[in-house]
Design a protein around this ligand. Structure first.
Ligand code: ATP
Length: 246
């Protein structure tokens, strides 16, 4: 289990996270949703050790390895999309396995014909998929994904989500991811952590029971329970459509 216990974090004495606690079971998918700039990315930065917390504790099994896809793709302009995708694997010296995998990964995220293009000719959605492949090729057992689908059209997003879920099932990885899209959060996660506005506390933790046999982002959306989860989270986030125009 990954445990976040009573975590506090301030930047320049402005509190961002306050008494934040939640658990993520290993081999599960946990989405974090909340108002804009409430501290979602900060949580991922603290989990992977890029930032230091002020108080509290984050614990996880010592043997875990972490892959982190940040919000910005940050591709190197002089490398092709394929060379960008293999960069992390190269640094980690797992080139041999990535050479075999990279074609399969590009195919599964809809970039089969784009491997030799350079970032300057790629759309935002293409760059985002390259950044995701770069993270997946590391085959870590924890994945931290910050808005991994935000630039993708719906059909490509479903394709990428299906691939991510397949990978997660095969490798038994634990995914903690941040999104603004409540429907995506419900469709692929086991747990949704809803945060309050800054300084962020956990408003509620909603366990999603939609994925009986196999996760499917499309089948999940068709379920009646999906709407119940959607309403519950909207209510928590105060997305109330009561006819006001303001
Ligand atoms: N290194 C830093 N120094 C100072 N302030 C920071 C730093 N990193 C983040 N912040 C501030 O902390 C707050 C939370 O930022 P964070 O990026 O974690 O929010 P978020 O919920 O991921 O945002 P968004 O919804 O826009 O993606 C913001 O007000 C941001 O300006």
């Amino acid at each position: 289990m990954i445990s976040i216990v009573s975590v506090h974090k301030s930047f320049d004495e402005v509190p961002i996270l306050d008494e934040l606690s939640f658990d993520v079971s290993l081999n599960s998918i946990c989405a974090i949703v909340g108002p804009s700039a409430c501290g979602k990315s900060t949580i991922l930065n603290l989990i992977c050790g890029l930032d230091q917390l002020d108080f509290g504790k984050i614990s996880m099994p010592a043997s875990n390895t972490i892959g982190y896809m940040m919000q910005e793709p940050m591709l190197l302009p002089w490398r092709t999309l394929e060379e960008n995708a293999t960069l992390g694997a190269e640094v980690k010296e797992i080139v041999a396995s990535s050479e075999v995998d990279v074609g399969v990964y590009f195919n599964n995220v809809g970039l089969a014909l784009d491997r030799l293009k350079y970032p300057i000719t790629a759309s935002g959605g293409m760059k985002q998929r390259v950044a995701l492949v770069r993270t997946l090729l590391l085959k870590t057992n924890i994945l931290l994904l910050d808005e991994p689908f935000s630039s993708l059209d719906f059909d490509i997003k479903l394709k990428v989500q299906k691939f991510l879920l397949k990978q997660q099932a095969e490798l038994g990885s634990t995914i903690i991811w941040v999104t603004h899209d409540i429907e995506d959060a419900i469709a692929i996660s086991d747990r949704v952590v809803v945060l309050s506005d800054k300084p962020a506390k956990v408003k509620s933790i909603i366990d999603i029971d939609l994925h009986e046999n196999k996760r499917s982002p499309v089948e999940a959306r068709k379920s009646l329970k999906f709407r119940d989860y959607f309403s519950a989270i909207c209510e928590q986030l105060k997305y109330l459509d009561n006819g006001d125009n303001d």
